[in-house]
Design a protein around this ligand. Structure first.
Ligand SMILES: Cc1cc2nc3c(=O)[nH]c(=O)nc-3n(C[C@H](O)[C@H](O)[C@H](O)COP(=O)(O)OP(=O)(O)OC[C@H]3O[C@@H](n4cnc5c(N)ncnc54)[C@H](O)[C@@H]3O)c2cc1C
Length: 551
Protein backbone atom coordinates (compact mmCIF):
# COMPACT_ATOMS: atom_id res chain seq x y z
CA UNK A 1 0.00 0.00 0.00
CA UNK A 2 1.14 3.49 -0.79
CA UNK A 3 0.28 6.56 1.27
CA UNK A 4 -0.46 9.58 -0.91
CA UNK A 5 1.45 12.74 -0.10
CA UNK A 6 -0.58 15.45 1.68
CA UNK A 7 -2.77 17.98 -0.11
CA UNK A 8 -3.60 15.81 -3.11
CA UNK A 9 -7.16 16.39 -4.17
CA UNK A 10 -9.27 13.40 -5.05
CA UNK A 11 -12.71 12.60 -6.28
CA UNK A 12 -15.46 11.02 -4.28
CA UNK A 13 -16.52 8.74 -7.10
CA UNK A 14 -17.13 5.27 -5.72
CA UNK A 15 -18.61 6.53 -2.51
CA UNK A 16 -22.32 7.07 -2.49
CA UNK A 17 -24.72 9.79 -1.36
CA UNK A 18 -23.55 12.21 1.30
CA UNK A 19 -20.21 10.46 1.83
CA UNK A 20 -19.40 11.17 -1.83
CA UNK A 21 -20.58 14.75 -1.66
CA UNK A 22 -18.55 15.53 1.44
CA UNK A 23 -15.54 13.77 -0.04
CA UNK A 24 -15.82 16.01 -3.10
CA UNK A 25 -16.28 19.08 -0.95
CA UNK A 26 -13.23 18.24 1.15
CA UNK A 27 -11.25 18.04 -2.09
CA UNK A 28 -7.83 18.03 -0.47
CA UNK A 29 -7.63 15.27 2.13
CA UNK A 30 -4.38 14.86 3.97
CA UNK A 31 -3.73 11.23 3.07
CA UNK A 32 -5.35 8.27 1.37
CA UNK A 33 -4.35 4.63 1.20
CA UNK A 34 -4.14 3.06 -2.25
CA UNK A 35 -3.31 -0.53 -3.02
CA UNK A 36 -0.96 0.50 -5.78
CA UNK A 37 2.82 0.24 -6.30
CA UNK A 38 4.82 3.33 -5.38
CA UNK A 39 6.46 5.36 -8.16
CA UNK A 40 9.58 3.64 -9.36
CA UNK A 41 8.62 0.34 -7.73
CA UNK A 42 7.79 -1.28 -11.04
CA UNK A 43 10.02 -0.64 -14.03
CA UNK A 44 8.28 -2.58 -16.78
CA UNK A 45 4.63 -2.89 -17.53
CA UNK A 46 3.20 -6.38 -17.47
CA UNK A 47 2.45 -7.62 -20.99
CA UNK A 48 -0.85 -9.23 -21.98
CA UNK A 49 -0.69 -13.03 -22.33
CA UNK A 50 1.00 -14.09 -25.57
CA UNK A 51 -2.02 -15.79 -27.06
CA UNK A 52 -3.87 -12.46 -26.99
CA UNK A 53 -1.17 -10.34 -28.54
CA UNK A 54 -1.79 -8.95 -32.00
CA UNK A 55 0.72 -6.76 -33.77
CA UNK A 56 -1.31 -3.71 -32.71
CA UNK A 57 -1.27 -4.93 -29.12
CA UNK A 58 2.52 -5.33 -29.17
CA UNK A 59 2.89 -1.85 -30.71
CA UNK A 60 0.71 -0.39 -28.00
CA UNK A 61 2.73 -2.09 -25.23
CA UNK A 62 5.96 -0.74 -26.74
CA UNK A 63 4.45 2.75 -27.01
CA UNK A 64 3.56 2.63 -23.29
CA UNK A 65 6.98 1.32 -22.32
CA UNK A 66 8.60 4.30 -24.08
CA UNK A 67 7.11 6.65 -21.43
CA UNK A 68 8.86 4.69 -18.67
CA UNK A 69 12.12 4.50 -20.62
CA UNK A 70 12.36 8.24 -21.40
CA UNK A 71 15.14 10.09 -19.57
CA UNK A 72 13.62 11.65 -16.41
CA UNK A 73 13.05 15.37 -17.03
CA UNK A 74 15.40 17.68 -15.08
CA UNK A 75 12.50 20.02 -14.56
CA UNK A 76 9.17 18.11 -14.77
CA UNK A 77 6.53 20.05 -16.68
CA UNK A 78 3.35 21.07 -14.90
CA UNK A 79 0.66 20.22 -17.42
CA UNK A 80 -2.95 21.36 -17.05
CA UNK A 81 -5.12 18.64 -18.61
CA UNK A 82 -8.65 19.88 -19.26
CA UNK A 83 -11.23 17.11 -18.84
CA UNK A 84 -11.26 13.79 -16.95
CA UNK A 85 -12.80 11.62 -19.66
CA UNK A 86 -10.77 8.71 -21.02
CA UNK A 87 -8.61 10.99 -23.19
CA UNK A 88 -7.72 13.30 -20.28
CA UNK A 89 -7.06 10.49 -17.81
CA UNK A 90 -5.00 8.55 -20.35
CA UNK A 91 -2.95 11.65 -21.19
CA UNK A 92 -2.38 12.39 -17.48
CA UNK A 93 -1.40 8.79 -16.76
CA UNK A 94 1.29 8.67 -19.43
CA UNK A 95 2.58 12.15 -18.60
CA UNK A 96 3.05 10.99 -15.01
CA UNK A 97 4.79 7.83 -16.26
CA UNK A 98 7.25 10.07 -18.13
CA UNK A 99 7.98 12.02 -14.93
CA UNK A 100 5.83 15.10 -15.59
CA UNK A 101 3.17 16.58 -13.27
CA UNK A 102 -0.35 16.56 -14.74
CA UNK A 103 -3.08 18.59 -13.07
CA UNK A 104 -6.44 17.34 -14.34
CA UNK A 105 -9.24 19.91 -14.29
CA UNK A 106 -12.71 18.38 -14.62
CA UNK A 107 -15.87 20.48 -14.88
CA UNK A 108 -18.21 17.89 -13.36
CA UNK A 109 -18.24 16.07 -10.00
CA UNK A 110 -17.86 12.70 -11.71
CA UNK A 111 -15.01 11.15 -13.70
CA UNK A 112 -15.44 9.72 -17.18
CA UNK A 113 -17.12 12.30 -19.46
CA UNK A 114 -19.05 10.16 -21.95
CA UNK A 115 -18.43 7.04 -19.83
CA UNK A 116 -19.62 8.82 -16.65
CA UNK A 117 -22.20 7.09 -14.42
CA UNK A 118 -23.94 7.96 -11.16
CA UNK A 119 -26.34 6.38 -8.67
CA UNK A 120 -30.06 7.14 -8.48
CA UNK A 121 -31.94 7.50 -5.20
CA UNK A 122 -32.18 3.70 -4.86
CA UNK A 123 -28.46 3.24 -5.38
CA UNK A 124 -28.91 1.85 -8.93
CA UNK A 125 -26.29 3.01 -11.44
CA UNK A 126 -27.25 5.16 -14.40
CA UNK A 127 -24.74 5.35 -17.26
CA UNK A 128 -24.16 7.92 -20.00
CA UNK A 129 -23.85 5.08 -22.51
CA UNK A 130 -23.93 1.32 -22.91
CA UNK A 131 -20.23 0.65 -23.47
CA UNK A 132 -18.65 -2.31 -25.22
CA UNK A 133 -14.92 -3.06 -25.31
CA UNK A 134 -13.47 -4.93 -28.28
CA UNK A 135 -10.51 -7.27 -28.65
CA UNK A 136 -9.31 -4.82 -31.31
CA UNK A 137 -8.81 -2.05 -28.69
CA UNK A 138 -5.06 -2.43 -28.09
CA UNK A 139 -4.52 0.74 -26.07
CA UNK A 140 -7.55 0.17 -23.84
CA UNK A 141 -6.58 -3.46 -23.26
CA UNK A 142 -3.03 -2.34 -22.53
CA UNK A 143 -4.37 0.23 -20.05
CA UNK A 144 -6.27 -2.50 -18.15
CA UNK A 145 -3.08 -4.59 -18.13
CA UNK A 146 -0.94 -1.71 -16.89
CA UNK A 147 -3.37 -0.87 -14.10
CA UNK A 148 -3.61 -4.53 -13.04
CA UNK A 149 -7.38 -4.64 -13.60
CA UNK A 150 -7.72 -6.99 -16.57
CA UNK A 151 -10.11 -9.19 -14.60
CA UNK A 152 -12.67 -6.35 -14.71
CA UNK A 153 -13.28 -6.96 -18.42
CA UNK A 154 -15.95 -9.60 -18.80
CA UNK A 155 -15.37 -11.19 -22.20
CA UNK A 156 -18.39 -12.74 -23.89
CA UNK A 157 -18.61 -15.62 -26.39
CA UNK A 158 -17.08 -14.70 -29.75
CA UNK A 159 -20.35 -13.96 -31.51
CA UNK A 160 -22.38 -11.11 -32.97
CA UNK A 161 -26.07 -11.49 -32.22
CA UNK A 162 -28.82 -9.75 -34.17
CA UNK A 163 -32.42 -9.66 -32.98
CA UNK A 164 -35.14 -10.59 -35.48
CA UNK A 165 -37.92 -8.21 -34.36
CA UNK A 166 -41.40 -9.57 -34.88
CA UNK A 167 -40.09 -13.13 -35.41
CA UNK A 168 -40.61 -15.84 -32.81
CA UNK A 169 -39.31 -19.34 -32.17
CA UNK A 170 -41.81 -22.24 -32.32
CA UNK A 171 -42.41 -21.84 -28.56
CA UNK A 172 -43.09 -18.13 -28.88
CA UNK A 173 -39.72 -16.67 -27.79
CA UNK A 174 -37.68 -13.92 -29.41
CA UNK A 175 -35.59 -15.10 -32.36
CA UNK A 176 -31.94 -14.17 -32.81
CA UNK A 177 -29.56 -14.59 -35.68
CA UNK A 178 -25.95 -15.31 -34.68
CA UNK A 179 -22.58 -14.93 -36.32
CA UNK A 180 -20.36 -17.39 -34.45
CA UNK A 181 -16.58 -17.00 -34.79
CA UNK A 182 -14.97 -20.48 -34.42
CA UNK A 183 -12.37 -20.43 -31.64
CA UNK A 184 -9.81 -22.60 -33.39
CA UNK A 185 -9.51 -20.59 -36.60
CA UNK A 186 -7.27 -17.52 -36.98
CA UNK A 187 -8.41 -14.26 -38.62
CA UNK A 188 -9.66 -13.74 -41.27
CA UNK A 189 -10.88 -17.36 -41.54
CA UNK A 190 -12.91 -17.18 -38.31
CA UNK A 191 -14.79 -14.13 -39.66
CA UNK A 192 -15.37 -15.67 -43.08
CA UNK A 193 -16.73 -18.88 -41.53
CA UNK A 194 -18.96 -16.82 -39.20
CA UNK A 195 -20.42 -15.00 -42.21
CA UNK A 196 -20.75 -18.09 -44.40
CA UNK A 197 -22.52 -20.13 -41.71
CA UNK A 198 -25.18 -17.51 -41.06
CA UNK A 199 -27.99 -18.05 -43.54
CA UNK A 200 -30.84 -16.28 -41.77
CA UNK A 201 -29.94 -12.71 -42.62
CA UNK A 202 -28.23 -12.90 -46.00
CA UNK A 203 -28.50 -15.36 -48.87
CA UNK A 204 -25.38 -16.97 -50.32
CA UNK A 205 -25.44 -14.81 -53.52
CA UNK A 206 -25.81 -11.66 -51.38
CA UNK A 207 -22.76 -12.63 -49.34
CA UNK A 208 -20.76 -13.27 -52.51
CA UNK A 209 -21.78 -9.90 -53.97
CA UNK A 210 -20.79 -8.15 -50.75
CA UNK A 211 -17.47 -10.06 -50.70
CA UNK A 212 -16.74 -8.94 -54.28
CA UNK A 213 -17.60 -5.36 -53.26
CA UNK A 214 -15.01 -5.60 -50.51
CA UNK A 215 -12.21 -6.80 -52.84
CA UNK A 216 -10.67 -3.32 -53.40
CA UNK A 217 -10.43 -2.85 -49.61
CA UNK A 218 -8.61 -6.18 -49.35
CA UNK A 219 -6.33 -5.44 -52.33
CA UNK A 220 -5.53 -1.77 -51.72
CA UNK A 221 -5.62 -1.70 -47.89
CA UNK A 222 -5.49 1.47 -45.80
CA UNK A 223 -5.16 3.87 -48.76
CA UNK A 224 -8.47 2.63 -50.14
CA UNK A 225 -10.10 2.73 -46.68
CA UNK A 226 -9.15 6.41 -46.36
CA UNK A 227 -10.32 7.27 -49.89
CA UNK A 228 -13.75 5.87 -49.05
CA UNK A 229 -14.31 8.74 -46.59
CA UNK A 230 -15.78 10.69 -49.52
CA UNK A 231 -18.66 8.16 -49.72
CA UNK A 232 -21.48 7.28 -47.35
CA UNK A 233 -22.11 3.61 -46.63
CA UNK A 234 -25.20 3.62 -48.88
CA UNK A 235 -23.32 5.33 -51.75
CA UNK A 236 -20.48 2.81 -51.45
CA UNK A 237 -22.92 -0.13 -51.49
CA UNK A 238 -24.52 1.19 -54.70
CA UNK A 239 -21.16 1.87 -56.34
CA UNK A 240 -19.93 -1.66 -55.56
CA UNK A 241 -23.18 -3.24 -56.73
CA UNK A 242 -24.01 -4.68 -53.29
CA UNK A 243 -27.76 -5.52 -53.02
CA UNK A 244 -29.89 -3.12 -50.92
CA UNK A 245 -30.89 -5.98 -48.67
CA UNK A 246 -27.30 -6.23 -47.29
CA UNK A 247 -27.60 -2.58 -46.28
CA UNK A 248 -31.04 -3.07 -44.72
CA UNK A 249 -30.31 -6.36 -42.95
CA UNK A 250 -26.84 -5.64 -41.56
CA UNK A 251 -25.54 -2.13 -42.13
CA UNK A 252 -28.37 -0.06 -40.67
CA UNK A 253 -27.68 -1.85 -37.36
CA UNK A 254 -23.92 -1.56 -37.83
CA UNK A 255 -24.02 2.18 -38.68
CA UNK A 256 -26.22 2.97 -35.68
CA UNK A 257 -23.90 1.01 -33.39
CA UNK A 258 -20.76 2.66 -34.77
CA UNK A 259 -21.85 6.32 -34.81
CA UNK A 260 -25.56 6.55 -33.89
CA UNK A 261 -26.53 7.50 -37.47
CA UNK A 262 -27.93 5.76 -40.56
CA UNK A 263 -25.90 4.35 -43.49
CA UNK A 264 -27.19 7.21 -45.71
CA UNK A 265 -25.04 9.54 -43.61
CA UNK A 266 -22.19 7.46 -42.17
CA UNK A 267 -18.80 7.58 -43.90
CA UNK A 268 -17.78 4.23 -45.42
CA UNK A 269 -14.31 4.71 -43.88
CA UNK A 270 -15.84 4.04 -40.46
CA UNK A 271 -17.33 0.70 -41.52
CA UNK A 272 -14.19 -0.39 -43.42
CA UNK A 273 -11.98 0.55 -40.46
CA UNK A 274 -14.07 -1.65 -38.14
CA UNK A 275 -14.24 -4.52 -40.66
CA UNK A 276 -10.49 -4.29 -41.22
CA UNK A 277 -9.76 -4.71 -37.51
CA UNK A 278 -12.29 -7.53 -37.17
CA UNK A 279 -10.95 -9.41 -40.19
CA UNK A 280 -7.27 -8.91 -39.38
CA UNK A 281 -7.24 -9.73 -35.67
CA UNK A 282 -8.37 -13.14 -34.45
CA UNK A 283 -9.90 -11.67 -31.27
CA UNK A 284 -10.72 -8.30 -32.85
CA UNK A 285 -14.51 -8.58 -32.78
CA UNK A 286 -14.65 -10.25 -29.37
CA UNK A 287 -16.68 -8.09 -27.00
CA UNK A 288 -16.38 -7.38 -23.29
CA UNK A 289 -18.50 -5.54 -20.73
CA UNK A 290 -16.90 -3.78 -17.81
CA UNK A 291 -17.87 -5.42 -14.51
CA UNK A 292 -19.44 -2.25 -13.08
CA UNK A 293 -19.71 1.53 -13.53
CA UNK A 294 -16.82 2.98 -15.58
CA UNK A 295 -16.01 5.86 -13.20
CA UNK A 296 -15.17 3.51 -10.31
CA UNK A 297 -14.01 0.43 -12.21
CA UNK A 298 -11.84 2.12 -14.86
CA UNK A 299 -11.47 5.90 -14.47
CA UNK A 300 -10.62 5.91 -10.76
CA UNK A 301 -7.69 3.47 -11.18
CA UNK A 302 -6.41 5.66 -14.04
CA UNK A 303 -6.62 8.71 -11.78
CA UNK A 304 -5.06 6.84 -8.83
CA UNK A 305 -2.12 5.88 -11.03
CA UNK A 306 -1.21 9.48 -11.83
CA UNK A 307 -2.08 10.71 -8.31
CA UNK A 308 0.41 8.19 -6.92
CA UNK A 309 3.05 9.71 -9.20
CA UNK A 310 2.55 13.28 -8.07
CA UNK A 311 -0.31 14.28 -10.37
CA UNK A 312 -3.34 16.20 -9.21
CA UNK A 313 -7.07 15.95 -9.86
CA UNK A 314 -9.39 18.89 -9.33
CA UNK A 315 -13.09 18.14 -9.68
CA UNK A 316 -15.83 20.72 -10.37
CA UNK A 317 -13.26 22.95 -12.07
CA UNK A 318 -14.74 24.26 -15.29
CA UNK A 319 -12.49 26.39 -17.47
CA UNK A 320 -14.29 29.40 -18.90
CA UNK A 321 -11.55 31.06 -20.97
CA UNK A 322 -8.14 30.33 -22.43
CA UNK A 323 -5.93 33.37 -21.69
CA UNK A 324 -3.18 34.24 -24.18
CA UNK A 325 0.25 35.89 -24.17
CA UNK A 326 1.08 38.45 -26.89
CA UNK A 327 2.67 35.67 -28.99
CA UNK A 328 -0.63 33.71 -28.86
CA UNK A 329 0.76 31.00 -26.56
CA UNK A 330 -1.39 30.13 -23.54
CA UNK A 331 -0.84 32.31 -20.50
CA UNK A 332 -3.32 30.54 -18.25
CA UNK A 333 -6.84 29.19 -17.85
CA UNK A 334 -9.58 31.31 -16.39
CA UNK A 335 -11.85 29.13 -14.29
CA UNK A 336 -15.58 29.61 -13.84
CA UNK A 337 -15.05 30.40 -10.13
CA UNK A 338 -12.88 33.38 -11.12
CA UNK A 339 -9.51 31.79 -10.29
CA UNK A 340 -6.71 31.31 -12.82
CA UNK A 341 -4.66 28.18 -13.44
CA UNK A 342 -1.16 28.65 -14.83
CA UNK A 343 0.97 25.76 -16.11
CA UNK A 344 3.92 25.07 -18.43
CA UNK A 345 1.72 23.35 -20.98
CA UNK A 346 -1.98 22.69 -21.57
CA UNK A 347 -3.89 19.77 -23.07
CA UNK A 348 -7.55 20.21 -23.95
CA UNK A 349 -9.62 17.03 -24.07
CA UNK A 350 -12.93 18.91 -24.15
CA UNK A 351 -15.42 17.59 -26.72
CA UNK A 352 -15.10 19.39 -30.04
CA UNK A 353 -18.34 21.40 -29.67
CA UNK A 354 -17.18 22.87 -26.33
CA UNK A 355 -13.64 23.43 -27.60
CA UNK A 356 -14.96 25.47 -30.55
CA UNK A 357 -16.79 27.78 -28.13
CA UNK A 358 -13.72 28.11 -25.88
CA UNK A 359 -11.28 29.04 -28.68
CA UNK A 360 -9.68 32.47 -28.15
CA UNK A 361 -10.48 35.00 -30.91
CA UNK A 362 -6.82 35.19 -31.92
CA UNK A 363 -6.71 31.47 -32.76
CA UNK A 364 -9.90 31.26 -34.80
CA UNK A 365 -8.45 32.33 -38.19
CA UNK A 366 -5.61 29.78 -37.95
CA UNK A 367 -6.33 26.99 -40.49
CA UNK A 368 -5.69 24.31 -37.83
CA UNK A 369 -8.44 25.68 -35.56
CA UNK A 370 -10.69 26.86 -38.39
CA UNK A 371 -10.95 23.23 -39.55
CA UNK A 372 -12.71 22.30 -36.29
CA UNK A 373 -15.84 23.94 -37.73
CA UNK A 374 -16.21 20.85 -39.91
CA UNK A 375 -16.88 18.67 -36.85
CA UNK A 376 -20.10 18.50 -34.81
CA UNK A 377 -21.33 16.22 -32.06
CA UNK A 378 -24.12 13.73 -32.81
CA UNK A 379 -27.15 13.34 -30.48
CA UNK A 380 -27.74 10.03 -28.73
CA UNK A 381 -29.96 8.78 -25.90
CA UNK A 382 -29.12 6.01 -23.42
CA UNK A 383 -32.06 4.31 -21.72
CA UNK A 384 -32.27 2.09 -18.63
CA UNK A 385 -35.37 0.02 -17.93
CA UNK A 386 -35.78 -2.06 -14.79
CA UNK A 387 -38.34 -4.93 -15.11
CA UNK A 388 -39.88 -7.06 -12.36
CA UNK A 389 -38.67 -10.33 -13.90
CA UNK A 390 -36.13 -11.76 -16.31
CA UNK A 391 -36.76 -10.95 -19.98
CA UNK A 392 -33.92 -12.89 -21.56
CA UNK A 393 -31.11 -15.34 -20.83
CA UNK A 394 -28.74 -13.94 -23.46
CA UNK A 395 -25.55 -12.74 -21.77
CA UNK A 396 -24.28 -10.60 -24.67
CA UNK A 397 -24.71 -7.40 -26.65
CA UNK A 398 -27.70 -7.52 -28.99
CA UNK A 399 -28.18 -5.56 -32.21
CA UNK A 400 -31.88 -4.62 -32.06
CA UNK A 401 -32.46 -4.07 -35.82
CA UNK A 402 -35.42 -1.95 -34.83
CA UNK A 403 -36.11 1.51 -36.28
CA UNK A 404 -35.66 3.52 -33.07
CA UNK A 405 -33.04 1.50 -31.22
CA UNK A 406 -29.43 0.57 -31.85
CA UNK A 407 -27.84 -2.00 -29.51
CA UNK A 408 -29.07 -3.21 -26.11
CA UNK A 409 -28.14 -5.64 -23.36
CA UNK A 410 -29.62 -7.06 -20.20
CA UNK A 411 -27.07 -5.61 -17.78
CA UNK A 412 -28.35 -7.81 -14.95
CA UNK A 413 -26.69 -10.68 -16.89
CA UNK A 414 -23.81 -9.05 -18.75
CA UNK A 415 -22.32 -7.02 -15.91
CA UNK A 416 -21.27 -8.57 -12.59
CA UNK A 417 -21.70 -5.28 -10.72
CA UNK A 418 -25.36 -4.96 -11.82
CA UNK A 419 -26.20 -8.65 -11.39
CA UNK A 420 -29.76 -9.57 -10.47
CA UNK A 421 -30.93 -13.18 -10.66
CA UNK A 422 -34.64 -12.35 -10.66
CA UNK A 423 -35.09 -9.08 -12.56
CA UNK A 424 -33.82 -7.55 -15.80
CA UNK A 425 -32.20 -4.18 -16.31
CA UNK A 426 -32.13 -3.39 -20.01
CA UNK A 427 -29.72 -0.73 -21.19
CA UNK A 428 -30.62 0.45 -24.70
CA UNK A 429 -29.06 2.95 -27.08
CA UNK A 430 -31.73 5.04 -28.81
CA UNK A 431 -30.43 6.20 -32.22
CA UNK A 432 -30.59 8.12 -34.49
CA UNK A 433 -31.82 10.54 -31.83
CA UNK A 434 -32.03 13.78 -33.85
CA UNK A 435 -35.85 13.87 -33.82
CA UNK A 436 -36.13 12.63 -30.22
CA UNK A 437 -33.52 14.52 -28.23
CA UNK A 438 -35.98 17.37 -27.51
CA UNK A 439 -38.85 15.07 -26.50
CA UNK A 440 -39.87 14.25 -22.95
CA UNK A 441 -38.56 11.18 -21.10
CA UNK A 442 -42.14 9.83 -21.00
CA UNK A 443 -42.46 10.02 -24.81
CA UNK A 444 -39.09 8.31 -25.27
CA UNK A 445 -39.93 5.48 -22.84
CA UNK A 446 -43.34 4.98 -24.48
CA UNK A 447 -41.74 4.74 -27.94
CA UNK A 448 -39.11 2.35 -26.59
CA UNK A 449 -41.80 0.13 -25.04
CA UNK A 450 -43.39 0.00 -28.50
CA UNK A 451 -40.12 -1.46 -29.85
CA UNK A 452 -39.77 -3.85 -26.91
CA UNK A 453 -43.19 -5.43 -27.53
CA UNK A 454 -41.76 -6.60 -30.87
CA UNK A 455 -38.43 -7.63 -29.39
CA UNK A 456 -39.93 -9.57 -26.45
CA UNK A 457 -43.24 -10.89 -27.83
CA UNK A 458 -43.58 -13.58 -25.17
CA UNK A 459 -42.33 -11.68 -22.13
CA UNK A 460 -44.03 -8.30 -22.61
CA UNK A 461 -47.67 -7.77 -23.34
CA UNK A 462 -49.64 -4.60 -24.07
CA UNK A 463 -52.48 -5.79 -21.83
CA UNK A 464 -50.08 -5.68 -18.87
CA UNK A 465 -50.10 -9.45 -18.25
CA UNK A 466 -46.34 -9.83 -18.92
CA UNK A 467 -43.30 -8.36 -17.20
CA UNK A 468 -43.84 -4.96 -15.57
CA UNK A 469 -41.63 -1.93 -15.97
CA UNK A 470 -40.57 -0.92 -12.44
CA UNK A 471 -38.70 2.28 -13.33
CA UNK A 472 -36.62 3.84 -16.07
CA UNK A 473 -33.88 6.43 -16.59
CA UNK A 474 -33.21 8.40 -19.77
CA UNK A 475 -29.81 10.01 -20.36
CA UNK A 476 -29.67 12.43 -23.29
CA UNK A 477 -26.36 13.52 -24.81
CA UNK A 478 -27.30 16.17 -27.39
CA UNK A 479 -23.71 16.51 -28.66
CA UNK A 480 -21.83 13.25 -28.14
CA UNK A 481 -19.00 11.94 -30.32
CA UNK A 482 -18.33 13.77 -33.63
CA UNK A 483 -20.78 12.85 -36.36
CA UNK A 484 -18.74 10.73 -38.81
CA UNK A 485 -20.53 11.75 -42.00
CA UNK A 486 -18.72 11.42 -45.34
CA UNK A 487 -15.69 13.68 -45.66
CA UNK A 488 -15.05 14.32 -41.93
CA UNK A 489 -11.56 12.77 -41.79
CA UNK A 490 -10.13 15.95 -43.35
CA UNK A 491 -11.32 17.99 -40.39
CA UNK A 492 -9.92 15.87 -37.56
CA UNK A 493 -6.97 17.69 -35.96
CA UNK A 494 -3.67 16.06 -34.97
CA UNK A 495 -2.67 16.32 -31.30
CA UNK A 496 0.10 18.89 -31.88
CA UNK A 497 -1.36 22.36 -32.48
CA UNK A 498 0.38 25.44 -33.97
CA UNK A 499 0.54 26.85 -30.40
CA UNK A 500 3.74 25.61 -28.74
CA UNK A 501 2.31 25.04 -25.25
CA UNK A 502 -1.18 23.81 -26.23
CA UNK A 503 -2.07 20.24 -27.27
CA UNK A 504 -5.31 18.49 -28.14
CA UNK A 505 -6.69 15.06 -27.30
CA UNK A 506 -10.17 13.55 -27.41
CA UNK A 507 -11.79 10.88 -29.54
CA UNK A 508 -12.44 13.42 -32.34
CA UNK A 509 -8.71 14.08 -32.81
CA UNK A 510 -6.79 12.21 -35.50
CA UNK A 511 -5.99 8.59 -34.69
CA UNK A 512 -6.86 5.33 -36.39
CA UNK A 513 -9.53 4.13 -33.94
CA UNK A 514 -12.57 6.32 -34.68
CA UNK A 515 -14.71 8.04 -32.02
CA UNK A 516 -14.54 5.35 -29.35
CA UNK A 517 -13.07 4.56 -25.96
CA UNK A 518 -10.03 3.20 -27.79
CA UNK A 519 -9.81 6.39 -29.87
CA UNK A 520 -10.04 8.57 -26.76
CA UNK A 521 -7.46 6.54 -24.81
CA UNK A 522 -5.06 6.45 -27.75
CA UNK A 523 -5.49 10.17 -28.45
CA UNK A 524 -4.51 10.93 -24.83
CA UNK A 525 -1.43 8.76 -25.21
CA UNK A 526 -0.51 10.48 -28.50
CA UNK A 527 -0.91 13.94 -26.93
CA UNK A 528 1.24 12.89 -23.95
CA UNK A 529 3.91 11.63 -26.35
CA UNK A 530 3.82 14.82 -28.45
CA UNK A 531 4.18 16.88 -25.28
CA UNK A 532 7.06 14.76 -23.91
CA UNK A 533 8.87 15.03 -27.26
CA UNK A 534 8.35 18.81 -27.28
CA UNK A 535 9.70 18.99 -23.71
CA UNK A 536 12.81 17.02 -24.72
CA UNK A 537 13.25 19.25 -27.80
CA UNK A 538 12.88 22.32 -25.56
CA UNK A 539 10.04 23.83 -27.59
CA UNK A 540 7.61 24.24 -24.66
CA UNK A 541 8.12 27.67 -23.06
CA UNK A 542 8.58 27.05 -19.30
CA UNK A 543 6.91 29.17 -16.62
CA UNK A 544 9.34 31.09 -14.39
CA UNK A 545 8.25 29.84 -10.97
CA UNK A 546 9.20 26.26 -10.20
CA UNK A 547 5.70 25.59 -8.88
CA UNK A 548 3.89 26.77 -11.97
CA UNK A 549 0.34 25.67 -11.31
CA UNK A 550 -1.44 28.21 -9.21
CA UNK A 551 -5.12 28.39 -8.47
C1 LIG B 1 -24.39 6.50 -25.59
C2 LIG B 1 -22.94 6.24 -25.92
C3 LIG B 1 -22.52 4.93 -26.17
C4 LIG B 1 -21.19 4.68 -26.50
N1 LIG B 1 -20.80 3.39 -26.72
C5 LIG B 1 -19.49 3.12 -26.95
C6 LIG B 1 -19.05 1.78 -27.06
O1 LIG B 1 -19.82 0.83 -26.92
N2 LIG B 1 -17.72 1.56 -27.31
C7 LIG B 1 -16.83 2.59 -27.44
O2 LIG B 1 -15.64 2.34 -27.65
N3 LIG B 1 -17.24 3.89 -27.34
C8 LIG B 1 -18.53 4.16 -27.10
N4 LIG B 1 -18.94 5.48 -26.97
C9 LIG B 1 -17.97 6.55 -27.25
C10 LIG B 1 -17.05 6.84 -26.06
O3 LIG B 1 -17.80 6.99 -24.88
C11 LIG B 1 -16.29 8.14 -26.34
O4 LIG B 1 -15.64 8.05 -27.59
C12 LIG B 1 -15.22 8.46 -25.28
O5 LIG B 1 -15.65 8.16 -23.98
C13 LIG B 1 -14.84 9.93 -25.41
O6 LIG B 1 -13.83 10.26 -24.47
P1 LIG B 1 -13.14 11.69 -24.50
O7 LIG B 1 -12.20 11.73 -23.33
O8 LIG B 1 -12.60 11.97 -25.84
O9 LIG B 1 -14.31 12.77 -24.29
P2 LIG B 1 -15.30 12.98 -23.06
O10 LIG B 1 -15.62 11.67 -22.46
O11 LIG B 1 -16.42 13.80 -23.56
O12 LIG B 1 -14.45 13.82 -21.99
C14 LIG B 1 -14.34 15.22 -22.00
C15 LIG B 1 -14.30 15.72 -20.56
O13 LIG B 1 -14.09 17.13 -20.57
C16 LIG B 1 -14.88 17.71 -19.56
N5 LIG B 1 -15.09 19.12 -19.87
C17 LIG B 1 -15.87 19.66 -20.83
N6 LIG B 1 -15.82 21.00 -20.80
C18 LIG B 1 -14.99 21.32 -19.79
C19 LIG B 1 -14.54 22.56 -19.26
N7 LIG B 1 -14.93 23.74 -19.76
N8 LIG B 1 -13.68 22.55 -18.20
C20 LIG B 1 -13.24 21.37 -17.67
N9 LIG B 1 -13.66 20.17 -18.15
C21 LIG B 1 -14.51 20.14 -19.19
C22 LIG B 1 -16.16 16.89 -19.60
O14 LIG B 1 -16.92 17.03 -18.42
C23 LIG B 1 -15.61 15.48 -19.80
O15 LIG B 1 -15.35 14.83 -18.58
C24 LIG B 1 -20.26 5.75 -26.61
C25 LIG B 1 -20.68 7.07 -26.34
C26 LIG B 1 -21.99 7.31 -25.98
C27 LIG B 1 -22.42 8.72 -25.69
Amino acid sequence: AFVLPPATSFTGVGLSGSARQSAIRRNGVSSMIFDFPAPGERKDYPRPPLEETSENQRESAAFSQAFLDMPRPERPLKVAVIGAGLAGLSCAKYLSDAGHKPVVLEARDVLGGKVAAWQDKDGDWVETGLHIFFGAYPNVNQMFTELGIRDRLQWKSHSMIFAMPGQQTADGFQRFSRFEFPALLPAPLNGLVAILLNNEMLTFPEKIQFGIGLLPAILFGQKYVEECDSLTVSQWMKKQGVPDRVNDEVFIAMAKALNFIDPENLSMTVVLTALNRFLQETHGSKMAFLDGPPPTRLCQPMADHMLARGGELRMEQRISEILLNDDKTVKGLKMQDGSTVVADAYVSTMPVDILKLALPEAWRPMPYFEKLNGLNGVPVINIHMWFDRKLTTVDHLLFSRSPLLSVYADMSLTCKGYRDDDKSMLELVFAPAKDWIGKSDEDIIEATMGELYRLFPNELSKDGSGAKLLKSAVVKTPLSVYEATAGRELYRPVQTTPVSNFFLAGCFTKQKYLASMEGATFSGKLAARALCDAAIAGTVPLQKESSAVAA
